[in-house]
Write a protein that binds this ligand. Structure first.
Ligand code: ADE
Length: 257
């Protein structure tokens, strides 16, 4: 079973969104497990202190190395990578998510305060991971995002529809626009080509739209795509979105047959 271990000072935040929809059903079905550990339980004083003022001065508080190390050491890791969610980390990509989902699971440390004592990052070999260039108030939501992205890739969690859609865009393009009934919405019709039944034309239209959107919105991805550095080996992954929780029919997803 794929195992997620989470170390946090806010254990009550979990499972949160991971307890509903696709991830929640998979959790209940035993496709993955979640163990949440309260870092505060490893504090040594009666106030259960987990942070202290930064050496050298400055604002905010720093998570203590000794307390966090004890918390990490108490978790049976069994080959799982130890990740520290941090805006300073290496940006998370679908390629990395696929690798994590293919492994035994993750142990996630959720940072809080101004940061984490650098020595515990080194001493426990924590790999810093960011989910984007913005600052959250802590690593918990970032950790949930990472777990969600992994869980949906576990065998049997997601229907075949969405995964085939993903494979069809495994060359680093954004997903093409989707439409469903009604045929006209506030004066906006579904593009004729999608109603033509001509699968080759539909595929060509979707491809052109995916390329247009990628060019307009993500020149960085477009440049990689175009320079021939395609596919997973180059770190360019599918950016196809997926909003299908498997609960309702979604007839237009996927590729033409
Ligand atoms: N903690 C705070 N901001 C974060 C981010 N952008 N990614 C991961 N962890 C974070």
């Amino acid at each position: 079973m794929w195992r997620a271990g989470v170390l946090t000072i806010f254990p009550e935040m979990f499972p949160g969104p991971l307890g509903v929809s696709l991830a929640g059903k998979a959790l209940a079905a035993g496709a993955w497990s979640l163990d949440v550990h309260d870092i505060r339980a490893f504090a040594s004083d009666k106030h259960r202190t987990v942070d202290d003022t930064p050496a050298g001065g400055g604002p905010g508080m720093v998570m203590k190395a000794d307390v966090l190390a004890r918390a990490i050491d108490a978790v049976a890791q069994e080959g799982r990578p130890r990740l520290l969610m941090s805006p300073r980390g290496v940006p998370l990509t679908q390629v990395r998510v696929e690798a994590l989902a293919a492994g035994p699971g993750v142990v996630i440390v959720c940072g809080r305060f101004e940061g984490v004592d650098e020595r515990v990052i080194a001493a426990r070999d924590l790999e810093e991971v960011s989910i984007g260039d913005y600052v959250l108030s802590g690593g918990e939501i970032a950790g949930m995002a990472l777990i969600d992205a992994c869980v949906r890739l576990l065998p049997g969690v997601m229907g075949a529809t969405a995964s085939s859609a993903e494979e069809s865009f495994a060359d680093g393009l954004l997903e093409y626009p989707q439409f469903t009934r009604p045929q006209a919405f506030e004066g906006r019709p579904i593009p004729d080509v999608l109603l033509s039944g001509d699968h080759a034309r539909i595929a060509a239209w979707r491809r052109a739209e995916a390329e247009r959107l990628t060019r307009e919105r993500r020149p960085d991805l477009w440049a990689k795509h175009h320079s021939g550095l395609r596919g997973k080996s180059a770190g360019v992954e599918s950016i196809a979105s997926d909003n299908d929780d498997g609960l309702r029919p979604c007839p237009r997803r996927g590729v033409p047959d």
